[in-house]
Design a protein around this ligand. Sequence first.
Ligand SMILES: NC(=O)c1ccc[n+]([C@@H]2O[C@H](COP(=O)([O-])OP(=O)(O)OC[C@H]3O[C@@H](n4cnc5c(N)ncnc54)[C@H](O)[C@@H]3O)[C@@H](O)[C@H]2O)c1
Length: 360
Amino acid sequence: MSKTILVTGGAGFIGSAVVRHLINDTDHTVVNLDKLTYAGNLESLTSVSDNARYRFEQVDICDAEEVKRVFSLHQPDIIMHLAAESHVDRSIDGPGEFIQTNVVGTYTLLEQARAYWSVLEGEKKDGFKFHHISTDEVYGDLPHPDEVAPGTELPLFTETTPYAPSSPYSASKASSDQLVRSWLRTYKLPTLVTNCSNNYGPFHFPEKLIPLVILNALAGKPLPVYGKGNQIRDWLYVEDHARALVLVALEGEIGETYNIGGHNEKQNIEVVQTICSILDEVKPKESKYAEQITYVQDRPGHDMRYAIDANKIERELGWRPQETFESGIRKTVEWYLNNETWWKAVQDGSYQGERLGTAS
Ligand SMILES: NC(=O)c1ccc[n+]([C@@H]2O[C@H](COP(=O)([O-])OP(=O)(O)OC[C@H]3O[C@@H](n4cnc5c(N)ncnc54)[C@H](O)[C@@H]3O)[C@@H](O)[C@H]2O)c1
């Protein structure tokens, strides 16, 4: 049955992939609630924004009255909560905005969802779900292969790994996850949580590692790599994440947590070198793109390794990523080559172009 799904942060990188997937591949109605910070771009939604099942509300999740108005007007069946401040380096420079949006904003949304849900009746009440979208960074970091004896089996994050966030960003996400779980336990608000590894793909704001490297490479600028570049991330193509999120929102069990990952552990330097080799092939120039790689001082508190055990979502809901890292990164490089209008418009906005590209 067709539902109304309210997506917070639907103009962001992952949120816009969720909105495009819901409009293109399902018959559900989407309400995109987004404040449109520097990271929110309605240009990422031009392919679906004329659809009769799409609505947009420019609202800050910290504004309780506005959130209440949107719930009452659109009567959502499911809330998919992605709105957040998401860039670790920005959280180190200025944590206040992260506490405000990620913690206070999630609290505000939970309270408004509770007030809205508590007066629903019948099937509408029984079917209601609040799906909170989070990150694997809440778990802290894992032993790196360089730190353990050869042959040692390396651990992965599971749904029961204790939280040990390292940055203001991950600490604010960890706080919001715990608020969501406590609203279920205390008020019985039907919530579920997903924790995902690093995403990459089209419409990614060019302050993050992969789009920044692609665009700096094309512009002949240095390709900044933190420390030795040996930090490991588990990369997932954003459209695979969007499919997983919609599956969890529709079919996940209330009270459960699902880890989502790409089975693609890569060192940052490998990611940068792969992008350089694809560009050497599809957009050759006199010198090799890898010559632009520049090592810069490491980020304070930088986590060395993230890796997800995504067995539960596969076993219980039948989800697996469709892209390998090799296929997804090639699609991503080609997308940036073919979509200059999008990234030029995004860069002309508040993006200053000077920040370091980071894996998350
Ligand atoms: N990017 C990743 O690799 C990754 C991995 C795992 C989980 N996540 C989580 O997924 C979610 C989306 O991440 P993303 O990379 O798409 O982020 P993003 O920064 O690209 O987008 C965030 C969106 O939220 C909106 N927003 C910010 N503050 C808001 C507020 N106060 N009210 C309403 N809207 C607001 C922004 O305008 C933007 O559209 C986040 O919760 C993030 O923690 C991201």
